[in-house]
Design a protein around this ligand. Structure first.
Ligand code: SF4
Length: 314
């Protein structure tokens, strides 16, 4: 059993002009025990919608989402509450994730208290342990969020997410709002905690350098669908899908010699509207390799080398 199993997931929203917005339109992927799966793509590709669905914040329009074997599609409130204990989310912005009027001790301990798992001295000890795990001092428990830096606040959010010992940590751009100087520290903390607790992770990011640092496998999304899934090394060494190649070409290399040798794959234009996606391959309006078949037929995901790719010409 995988920690997370998503099958043919569709999440559609009512559109302004009658046509539904197909934010997620037939996504299948899984995250194995202890694995970190990256989910990447441009803004508007549907990756955050997938993330929100895996923790029960959004309901699927169709398809299946299972966390530790429990189906979320059509689940009652009690089941969703149980699943939320197993799948916790770390959002992009630690400022809006924390109640400014709550001490950080109360914020971190709240999931344990609300579920009747710990109270009084036992709760204080659990909170002290959680703060210690994320590199904060137990005596910080009485302070308020505004007394901490952005990086420290994200540590508090992570401590709160760990309180119920989840099997799956869903991280949505967890370092994008942070100062560049603290990003690596938070990423390393996430990697350490995941290894220590044997957690799985779905790691959503637009930043491929970050994904390369933390993920075992990577799924690339484009306009509500999966374009390519591959192991981290295979994806970065030999991307198969033209969209993946274009994304990778935009990541600057630290070595200027390597940077100069990089192939240039222009990614022209804007991502089309998910309310009116192009027929056939959804990437065909921007693809440098587009052929006639691409405008007519939807490419199915198929194995190419070490990757799984949705492209007629890969
Ligand atoms: Fe490009 Fe065609 Fe492949 Fe789509 S199917 S990515 S348009 S080559």
């Amino acid at each position: 059993m995988h920690t997370l199993e998503i099958s043919d997931l569709k999440v559609h929203f009512p559109g302004r002009h009658g046509a539904p917005v197909r934010a997620v339109d037939g996504v299948s992927l899984h995250v194995a025990a202890g694995e970190t799966m990256g989910l990447v793509g441009e803004s508007g590709c549907g990756k955050t919608t997938v993330a929100n669905t895996t923790v029960g914040l959004l309901g699927p329009s169709a398809g299946s989402v299972k966390v530790m074997g429990t189906e979320l599609a059509g689940a009652d409130r009690r089941t969703l509450r149980a699943v939320r204990a197993r799948a916790q989310m770390v959002f992009q912005d630690p400022v809006t994730s924390l109640n400014p009027r709550m001490t950080i001790g109360d914020a971190v301990g709240e999931p344990l208290y609300v579920r009747g798992i710990a109270s009084g001295r036992a709760l204080r000890e659990r909170v002290a342990g959680l703060l210690d795990e994320v590199g904060l001092r137990p005596e910080h428990a009485g302070r308020y969020p505004h007394q901490f830096s952005g990086g420290q606040r994200q540590r508090i959010v992570i401590a709160r997410a760990l309180a119920l010992r989840p099997a799956l940590l869903v991280c949505d751009e967890p370092v994008s709002a942070l100062d560049v100087s603290v990003r690596a520290q938070i990423l390393n903390l996430l990697v350490d905690l995941q290894a220590r607790h044997g957690m799985s992770s779905l790691f959503v990011s637009h930043d491929l350098a970050v994904v390369r640092h933390v993920c075992d496998r990577v799924a690339v999304m484009y306009l509500g669908r999966i374009a390519e899934v591959a192991g981290r090394d295979a994806l970065f060494a030999s991307p198969r899908h033209p969209y993946t190649r274009a994304l990778l070409a935009s990541v600057p290399e630290p070595d200027p010699v390597v940077q100069r040798a990089k192939p240039r794959v222009p990614l022209a234009g804007e991502i089309p509207s998910p309310a009116d996606p192009p027929a056939g391959c959804r990437f065909h309006t921007r693809c440098p390799m587009v052929a006639e078949v691409c405008r007519r037929e939807v490419p199915a995901l198929r194995a190419v080398g070490e990757s799984v790719v949705a492209c007629h010409l890969a």
